[in-house]
Design a protein around this ligand. Structure first.
Ligand SMILES: [Zn+2]
Length: 165
């Protein structure tokens, strides 16, 4: 992906207040990030463990859903496969992440949820630059196809969050 600046990241959030976007913790070391190995910039905030962010260029615009890890016990531990990269983990390394819909809809409690790698390293798993703890099911997909799958799934997820229809 194209390198992003902190200012671009802060203006990318589609589903939080401007105050939150200004305050939230952007990852350190953006200048040292290996952007060419990423389909999106994903990070967690060590000071707010329930918060998670994925920022990417979506349909020509830098777009970042703010998410939180679901604490609903009925929905945690059900899934162990990431919806973006299809990596299979132990259930503690996959979490239901919930993104409020933008605007009034989100303030009224409408959210879009998906199961994701808790480390948000999907781009690296797809490129075999990071190995999951568990042995993976046999797949015949090429690295390129796995990367395309991450990008297609990300496109779908962002569209589900931002679509007003
Ligand atoms: Zn993943």
């Amino acid at each position: 992906m194209t390198p992003l600046t902190e200012a671009e990241i802060r203006t990318s959030f589609v589903n939080c207040s401007q105050g939150e976007a200004k305050r939230l913790r952007v990852p350190l070391g953006l200048a040292d990030t290996a952007w060419d190995t990423l389909d999106f910039l994903g990070w967690r905030d060590p000071g707010a463990p329930a918060a998670a962010y994925i920022v990417s260029e979506w349909r020509g615009k830098v777009t970042g859903p703010v998410m939180r890890l679901s604490t609903d016990r009925r929905s945690t531990g059900r899934q162990n496969m990431c919806a973006l990269c299809s990596t299979v983990h132990s259930t503690t390394d996959v979490a239901l992440m919930v993104a409020p819909r933008p605007g009034a809809s989100g303030r009224n409690g409408n959210t879009v949820g998906t199961y994701l790698c808790t480390d948000l390293a999907c781009s690296l798993y797809a490129r075999s630059l990071k190995q999951p703890d568990r042995v993976q099911p046999v797949e015949t997909l090429s690295t390129e196809a796995r990367i395309e799958r991450v990008q297609a799934n990300l496109d779908t997820f962002v569209r589900r969050v931002v679509d007003v229809a």
